[in-house]
Design a binder for this molecule. Structure first.
Ligand SMILES: Cc1cc2nc3c(=O)[nH]c(=O)nc-3n(C[C@H](O)[C@H](O)[C@H](O)COP(=O)(O)O)c2cc1C
Length: 227
């Protein structure tokens, strides 16, 4: 039994350690059978009352290629209007945000104060970081915050399932910045709220944006025991 626990934990630990937000993909598509397996595993996600709030739109390589340029153009000319208000990062959250932003800029050679280069890197979000596929994760407005929580759990499981199959991914709130863009093209009903997107495909290990890993706060900082 102990061996079993160790080997099962080792698999989970490996996947958690290996997963990172990939921001530089190869262009070759992921086979449909692999994507179907990822979707089947992510579909096991728990949700409140088993409501399974998520409805996922998955893009083929052809559709991703078609939408990439359109979305970049749209994002250049429209202010973000997400369905869910974006967070206000203050205090320790702001520090953590700054740290991972700095890591990305250092890795990609964006100099401090170079706004044009920073904007170019931000626009990479709308190019899906070169990924051959993306998924849009939506919830039903009536399910409120818990629908969004269920979707968050789905996104995590999707990323781990993908990693298990050698597929890299990145969750992107940026892909939910322009719901109108998607509503017009995909016919999303007004009560279908866009939580985030996931770009995915095979990683380009040599891409500078993949050359860093983020840290995590110590457990003691995130946990309080009730004795
Ligand atoms: C819900 C969610 C939304 C995110 N949105 C973006 C995004 O729009 N653009 C981006 O580059 N990274 C995005 N990220 C990736 C985070 O920056 C990343 O998960 C975090 O810095 C931790 O790094 P890691 O994923 O490499 O462990 C998002 C992550 C999550 C979970």
């Amino acid at each position: 039994m102990n061996d079993d626990i160790e080997s099962r934990t080792a698999v989970l630990s490996l996947l958690l350690d290996e997963r990172y937000s990939c921001r530089g993909f190869r262009s070759d598509p992921v086979p449909r059978a692999t994507i179907d397996r990822i979707l089947a595993l992510a579909q096991r996600t728990a949700s409140w009352c088993n409501s399974q709030a998520w409805q996922i739109w998955v893009a083929s390589a052809a559709a991703t290629g078609r939408l990439r340029g359109e979305l970049v153009e749209y994002a250049r000319h429209h202010a973000p209007q997400p369905d869910f208000a974006w967070p206000q990062y203050q205090g320790v959250y702001q520090e953590r945000r700054r740290e991972c932003g700095l890591q990305l800029y250092q890795a990609t050679g964006v100099a401090r104060g170079d706004r044009a280069a920073g904007e170019r890197q931000t626009l990479e979000n709308f190019r899906f970081f070169g990924a051959p596929h993306f998924a849009l994760v939506t919830t039903d407005e009536a399910l409120g915050i818990y629908g969004a929580i269920d979707c968050g759990a789905y996104v995590s499981n999707f990323a781990l399932a993908a990693r298990a199959m050698g597929v890299a991914s990145i969750a992107q709130a940026a892909l939910a910045a322009h719901p109108q863009f998607w509503r017009e093209r995909l016919g999303l009903a007004p009560d279908r709220k866009l939580v985030c997107g996931i770009s995915f495909g095979y990683e380009d290990p040599a891409h500078p944006a993949n050359g860093f890993r983020t840290s995590r706060a110590p457990i003691a900082q995130a946990t309080t025991w009730i004795e």
